[in-house]
Design a binder for this molecule. Structure first.
Ligand code: F6P
Length: 343
């Protein structure tokens, strides 16, 4: 009987438990045993595992969080870390590993593959910035939560005739900001891919006021930067093991600047981890299950170094190395199109 390990690394994303359920169910069909590696690559390095079976996962698909936990541990940053993961796979008796993650986790998976280990991937990130797949696990839920929050902010902003700045997640890309901002009728959306001019922001908000519009909603992705100062606004500049700083603060900065420069009463809200917590949307559960099933198919076919992704309405396999090759950014033309609503 084959033994498959499953691990999840990086930020959590709604839908991951559904992916785990699908992997366990499909594995059972093929007579494979599944071992959960806890806390992502940290668990692999420390041999921290938990057996998982159909009974354990039967009712988890609608739950947020991750039954296997996660971490941002990067074995590639440690001396012989990749080699140790490979040796530990052997110690655990794993014939294959399914690594679920975004570009960081999947980058490690690729390195492990290059070192000769049998690994397949599954794409997840609420940021939706993986170029290989149309959508990744968690994005749909994050957009739904942000949309509902922005819908609610319209009414309080209007009641007080205020400018409301809503900061959403999106480290390097503005997918959540764009989708939720568009869906919820934001009057301005600011994304990391397109630097914005503060003067243009003030001008738009003043114009709206002059036209008798009571209030304005500005949606800003946490990684967005004004042309006047392109240094990242971050909570902490200390880098994690994958080289990322902890973002946060652009919403508050904009609140202060808008209030000072336009005289318009302004408040800011950070949606933060609310976007990642709680029940996954129906679509994320569906996507996660399809990707999980297909990942086990790839194991069965021994397609090491491959990952199932969504292209249109199809789940298709692509090579893991394509995942890390480039980031999927919001195309300039799409952003230009959405600008019609910035008035
Ligand atoms: O990578 C997904 C993400 O949610 C980013 O949008 C965000 O910048 C980051 O994770 C936050 O990470 P953490 O939960 O570690 O603060």
């Amino acid at each position: 009987m084959k033994k498959i390990g499953v691990l999840i690394g990086g930020g959590d994303a709604p839908g991951l438990n559904a992916a785990v359920k699908a992997i366990v169910y499909k594995a059972r069909e093929y007579g494979f045993e599944v071992v959960g590696i806890k806390r992502g690559w940290a668990g692999m390095l420390e041999l921290d595992t938990v057996p998982i079976n159909v009974n354990k996962v039967e009712n988890i698909a609608s739950e947020g969080g991750i039954i296997l936990y996660t971490s941002r541990t990067n074995p590639a940053k440690m001396p012989d870390g990749i080699q140790k993961c490979k040796e530990n796979m052997k110690k655990l008796g794993l014939d294959a590993l399914i690594a679920i993650g975004g570009d960081d986790t999947l980058g490690v998976a690729q390195k492990l593959c290059d070192a000769g280990a049998r690994v397949v991937g599954v794409p997840k990130t609420i940021d939706n910035d993986l170029s290989v797949t149309d959508y990744s696990i968690g994005f749909h839920t994050a957009v739904s939560i942000a949309t509902e929050a922005i819908d609610r902010l319209h009414t309080t902003a209007r009641a007080h005739q205020r400018v409301m700045v809503v900061e959403v997640m999106g480290r390097y890309t503005g997918w959540i900001a764009l989708y939720a901002g568009l869906a919820a009728g934001a009057h301005l959306i600011l994304i990391p891919e397109v630097q914005f001019n503060l003067k243009d922001v003030y001008a738009l908000l003043k114009k709206r006021k002059a036209e008798g519009k009571d209030y304005s909603i500005v949606v800003v992705a946490e990684g967005a930067k004004p042309t006047e100062d392109t240094s990242l606004i971050a909570k902490s500049l200390e880098k994690d093991q994958f080289g990322h700083v902890q973002l946060g603060g652009i919403g508050q900065t904009l609140e202060n600047l808008i209030q000072k420069e336009t005289g318009l009463e302004t408040r800011s809200v950070v949606l933060g981890h609310l976007q990642r917590g709680g029940t996954p949307s129906a679509y994320d559960r569906f996507l996660a299950k399809m990707l999980g099933l297909e990942a086990v198919e790839l194991v069965k076919k021994q397609k090491w170094g491959w990952i199932p992704v969504l292209r249109g309405t199809e789940i298709v396999p692509v090579q893991l190395k394509e995942v890390v090759a480039e980031r999927k950014v919001v195309p300039a033309a799409l952003y230009e199109m959405v600008k019609t609503f910035f008035q």
